[in-house]
Ligand binder design. Structure first.
Ligand code: FMN
Length: 651
């Protein structure tokens, strides 16, 4: 019933009948039947290649589903080589297959490459040692070798031909440890680095854990590349770019880049790229590692809840696990040193976010949470008793997946407006007792101007200086207890100037006096971001936030809004300082020794009242910020491990 000529007749035209017969007589070795290897095998089989040597020691698992040709429920736990051989034989039952179910290693390398016309590399990215050996053996035996690497939503191709530059001459792996080799492999594969600009969550690239994200599209593009170059090499047709030349096509960016790196990784451009990449990897290693799975439900709940936001990542809480169903939150505020924590209300909003997170996280465990403030605890250090109760009626909260992903984006965003459905979802998220005011379109300009003026207060008062000096972690991309420098959302020069200036109050004064020092940061951090967003919003409560409980409840509404924004794939930045200065102005509190800035706060209060309309009582304004479409930040505040936040009662 099977007929080779009929099965592959539609190739004829792009290849001649004679060429098809040549392809039928060829043997290709593929090491790795996973992400790209499976697709390579199926593509090359459909091209009519007649024989393969296939190696892989692995079995299919659920994490392979996103990209591997053979991964699916019916193949879970089955050896990849077996599954892929069966799939290929389903296309061409006459295939001559030699399988290496223990994978390729030094001992079977000679056999694996025996009689092979072409080697197509599909080994796991991090299988660096054996890859070096396979390529070296190909060079020795005069076997052409192709590697097509899936990168983001594109593919990069390198070809090593007999007598030309070898894999080792190109990548320069010898004498380097595994981590450095991984960097060298990555950078050598894709000197154009087209994929980096759209990496949405770089926390998922973990060189140390040997893990990285992948897409099915990239694997299919790789198979297209490898199939084409197999054809060209085996039929000796058309030009083949041989290393140190390479091709990188990125479907996402709609770009094709041909690269030429004489000397391979020894090329000065590559050396520079490697230097930068090493620094990035080191910075990531410093970020907190993912938490180990926890045994107790109460720990799992708190481990997730600790990702609540707080002003400057202060995390004004400690957590006490009294029993599996009882937690005490020991909160505190920072009003005695932080000018932005007026009456402790910023801290209380953050505590509200934490409590909301606990309730959402508990839903994953099928638990309900009741929360009560201990009546005898002071306003500046309130304690809350949380009782956890298993309730079969509780289902996972729809915002649960977004607790860990929620973050602050301080960079300019797209001005694409929110849809009506998105606004409705956000308005519903705040819940009863709250409403949302939107400032969109032209109002954004007024808001940007207001933010720009208000920022003057932040940058020219000694009270603001004290806070910024304390709360920025310089040189950091991730910070456990402060704002990392790179999350500030300003360019390199501004960061350098800010860092220098914050070394002493005198420097700030001189910079402001002689060099208009506030302009650079204000333009980027306030004016530009104020203009570049979909909308500004203010969450308004029906009743004034005149108690700790009212602020905590407001914080819960804020957190629901923020998580819903994350669910809507929106980026989010709080813009709290104008609200705070306006409240200082309304209450007549002398929050700074600088009279001119107290006057400016009164102007900010008036402008805000003008923008928000007369019907909003300043005491009812819970939270202000901006939202919009844009990339997830690559630098963010993280959190210390749960253990660091736990306390013994002292009761
Ligand atoms: C009450 C409160 C006020 C905040 N005010 C601001 C603000 O005015 N500007 C800003 O950029 N971020 C502000 N933030 C964001 C925090 O700095 C941020 O949540 C914290 O650093 C943790 O980072 P993450 O949100 O990325 O997890 C505020 C957060 C809270 C909870």
């Amino acid at each position: 019933m099977f007929d080779y000529d009929a099965a592959f007749s539609r190739n004829i035209g792009w290849v001649t009948e004679a060429e098809q017969a040549i392809l039928r007589g060829k043997r290709i070795a593929i090491a790795g039947m996973g992400g790209v290897g499976g697709s390579h095998l199926l593509t090359l089989t459909r091209l009519g290649i007649g024989a393969f040597n296939l190696a892989d020691f692995d079995r299919f698992e659920i994490q392979n589903f996103n990209r591997q040709a053979g991964a699916g429920l019916s193949h879970i736990d089955q050896p990849k080589v077996e599954v892929m051989s069966a799939m290929a034989r389903d296309i061409n039952p006459e295939l001559d297959l030699r399988c290496f179910p223990a994978g390729v290693d030094e001992d079977n390398l000679a056999e694996f490459l025996d009689g092979v016309d072409l080697y197509v590399d599909s080994l796991d990215f991090f299988a660096l040692d054996i890859r070096n050996k396979v390529f070296a053996a190909c060079a020795q035996r005069g076997i052409p070798a192709v590697t097509a690497a899936p990168l983001g939503m594109g593919a990069a191709l390198l070809v090593f031909m007999p007598g030309a530059m070898t894999y080792e001459e190109y990548f320069r792996m010898a004498g380097h440890d595994e981590e450095e080799q991984a960097l060298r492999f990555m950078l050598g594969l894709a000197p154009a680095r087209l994929q980096l600009s759209y990496l949405a969550d770089d926390t998922r690239v973990d060189f140390n854990a040997r893990k990285g994200p992948s897409t099915p599209m990239a694997c299919e593009l790789c198979a297209g590349f490898a199939g084409t170059y197999a054809l060209k090499i085996l039929l000796q047709r058309g030009a083949v770019p041989v290393a140190p030349r390479g091709i990188h096509f990125d479907a996402y960016r709609n770009r094709l880049s041909t690269t030429w790196r004489p000397g391979g990784n020894d090329n000065p451009l590559q050396r520079l790229g490697l230097f930068v990449a090493r620094r990035m990897v080191m910075a990531k290693a410093a970020a907190s590692p993912p938490a180990a799975p926890r045994a107790r439900a109460v720990e799992r709940i708190l481990d997730l809840a600790r990702w609540a936001p707080s002003g400057d990542n202060e995390q004004p809480w400690r957590l006490q696990i009294v029993a599996d169903d009882h937690v005490v939150v020991h909160a505190h505020d920072t009003r005695d040193w932080c000018v932005y924590d007026l009456d402790g209300s910023s801290s209380q909003l953050a505590v509200g976010a934490l409590l909301e997170n606990v309730a959402i996280a508990a839903s994953a465990e099928g638990m309900a949470v009741s929360c009560e403030r201990r009546p005898d605890t002071p306003d500046n250090a309130p304690q809350f008793d949380l009782r956890l109760r298993t309730d079969p009626a509780i289902e996972a909260h729809p915002l649960l997946p977004f607790v860990r992903a929620r973050t602050t984006q301080r960079r300019p965003l797209s001005t694409r407006p929110l849809s009506a459905a998105q606004k409705r979802a956000l308005e519903e998220a705040v819940g009863e007792g709250y409403r949302v005011l939107w400032l969109e379109g032209g109002e954004r300009r007024s808001m940007a101007g207001l933010l720009f003026r208000s920022a003057h207060i932040r940058l020219t008062t000694p009270e603001g200086y004290e806070v910024h000096r304390r709360n920025i972690e310089w040189g950091a991309r991730f910070s456990e207890d402060r704002l990392p420098e790179l999350a500030l959302g300003v360019d390199w020069l501004t960061r350098r100037v800010m860092r220098w200036a914050l070394g002493s109050w005198r420097r700030v004064q001189n910079l402001n006096r002689f060099a208009a020092g506030t302009w650079l940061p204000r333009l980027q951090m306030d004016l530009l971001t104020g203009l570049r967003c979909a909308a500004h919003f203010v969450i308004v409560a029906e009743r004034p936030l005149d108690s700790v409980q009212a602020c905590v409840d407001g914080g819960r509404a804020m957190q629901r809004f923020w998580l819903e924004a994350t669910r809507q794939n929106l980026q989010f930045q709080p813009e709290m300082t104008p609200l705070i200065f306006a409240r200082y102005a309304a209450t007549g509190v002398d929050f700074t020794v600088v009279e001119k800035e107290r006057e400016l706060a009164r102007r900010v209060a008036n402008d805000l009242a003008g923008l928000l309309g007369a019907d909003t009582d300043p005491r009812c304004r819970v939270y202000m910020g901006r939202v919009g479409f844009g990339p997830t930040p690559t630098s963010r505040s993280v959190r210390p491990p749960l253990e660091t936040l736990l306390v013994d009662g002292g009761e």
